[in-house]
Every structure is written in C-alpha cells, then in structure tokens.
Design a protein around this ligand. Structure first.
Ligand code: PXL
Length: 247
C-alpha cells in the first residue's frame, strides 16, 4: 500500500485540514500519515483561533515517521508559521520527502490568517520543491501580484508561479463568476478542466481545497502522472461535493 503524508493544521470539525486529508487518502486506498503544523478551534462556519506548533515539534513528527515509513508523496496545507515553513523547506532540500503537493493556504474562507505574516511573505520560497502547487485565485494573485478576473489572468498567474519554481501549477477558478474552470500549466501546455457549478450551503464547500490537494498527492503516490492525478482528484472532489450537499 502506498503511503501519503499530510503536513497540515487540525480542523476539529473535520471538513478541512489534516482530518479531511486522512479521509481522502483512505478513499484512494493509500495509507495516510499526518504531521500537525497548527491546532485550530473552528466549526464549519468560522475559525475562532489558531496556534502553530513549535518548529522543532513539526520536524520531530516528520523525522519520526521517516524512521518507520517509506513516504511516497506528501502535501502541505496550513503551515502556520515561518518556522514551520523553514522546517519543511529544510526536509525537502535534504531530499527526505518526494512528490510534494503544495496547497498554498494563506487564509480561511472567513479571512483568518492560517500562516503568520512572516511566513506568508516567504511562502513562494516553497514553490521550487512543489511537484504541483494548487493556489486558488486569491492565493495566486497574492503570490504573483497579478490581478485575476478570468481565464487569461489564471494562465498568466500559472506561468508566473511556474517561473517561480513549481513544476506544475493548478490554479483553481472556483471563485470566478460563471461556470468554474481550473487551469493546469506544466511548463509546456495549458490544460483547462471545466466543471459545472454545484449549489449548496457554504459549509459543504469548507475544505474542498484540502480534499483536492490531498487527492492529487494520493494519486501521485500511486504513480499516476500529474495530469491524470488532477483529473482523478477533480472527479473525486465532485463526488464529495455532491454527497456533502445531499447530506
Ligand atoms: O481550507 C484551508 C484550510 C486548511 N487547513 C485548515 C483549515 C482551513 C480552512 O479553514 O482550517 C486547518
């Protein structure tokens, strides 16, 4: 069985964060491991408070897992602090983790910072270690300074993020008006993944970015190409959406 690690924050409500990642890994038939970057107090409508774990503790969690497991792929979600960001970068630089998906989480939907100010300034420095980066429109704009109002802007931002070091960039267009589309750039080709808008209560969409990046990491662990991983992850997310809306 392939093994996937999430390096992410705890969401006690389970819709987002490492709890959601572990469920996603299991749904793909992979073994899930988790290293906690931060503890949050939240439910599906609001993040009330946030505290990052000390960097040393994050490093020890990952190093202890590496003593026992071969980790086939990993993802980062909420990183919490500059200190935690540095720990992850050091592990990547030393070649301890591979197939890293970077979900460029900056804030919760409600606007609560999930990475401290110093960390947010440096988040781009993680991109050279990413096999896939998965920013939403707000994150893509924050990381590149490009104003995004449509597909053209998404393409421009994806290309900028590629030139900042990410091997593949998936810009998620869910926040665009009209029918949503995600855009993948691999350094050569632009692929548009068109979807149809699913209606439902706001709570049903909480943590969908986490699910998508976790599903991509699980597929990479299984040896799928990046394009196939994105396709499978999107298919899974659509099913997850529908079952959340039905629930
Ligand atoms: O969806 C981003 C996200 C990631 N990780 C944690 C979160 C959230 C959003 O609220 O709470 C722990």
């Amino acid at each position: 069985m392939k093994t996937v690690l999430t390096i992410a924050g705890s969401d006690p409500s389970g819709g987002a964060g490492l709890q959601s990642d572990l469920r996603t890994f299991a749904a793909f038939g992979t073994r899930g491991l988790s290293a906690v970057t931060a503890v949050t107090a939240q439910n599906s409508s609001a993040v009330k408070s946030v505290m990052a774990v000390p960097g040393r503790l994050l490093r020890e969690q990952i190093e202890t897992l590496l003593e026992e497991f071969t980790i086939d792929a990993a993802k980062t979600g909420m990183i919490g602090s500059l200190e935690n960001l540095s720990v992850i970068k050091r592990l990547m630089k030393a070649g301890r983790l591979r197939n890293l998906v970077v979900d460029t989480v900056l804030r919760s939907t409600g606007g609560k910072p999930l990475l401290d100010k110093a960390g947010a300034k440096e988040l781009a420095s993680l991109l050279p270690y990413a096999v896939v980066a998965t920013p939403n429109l707000i994150e893509a704009a924050a990381l590149t300074g490009i104003k995004i109002t449509g597909i053209k802007g998404m393409e421009k931002a994806a290309k900028a993020l590629f030139s900042m070091g990410a091997a593949n960039v998936l810009v998620k267009g869910g926040h665009l008006k009209g029918e949503p589309a995600d855009l993948l750039y691999d350094g050569k080709e632009v692929t548009l993944f068109k979807g149809s808008r699913i209606k439902g209560p706001k709570a049903a969409f909480h943590g969908t970015g986490c699910v998508l990046s976790a599903a991509i990491a699980a597929c990479l662990a299984k040896g799928f190409s990046v394009k196939k991983s994105v396709k499978e992850a999107k298919r899974f997310l659509e099913e997850e959406f529908k079952s959340r809306v039905r629930a």
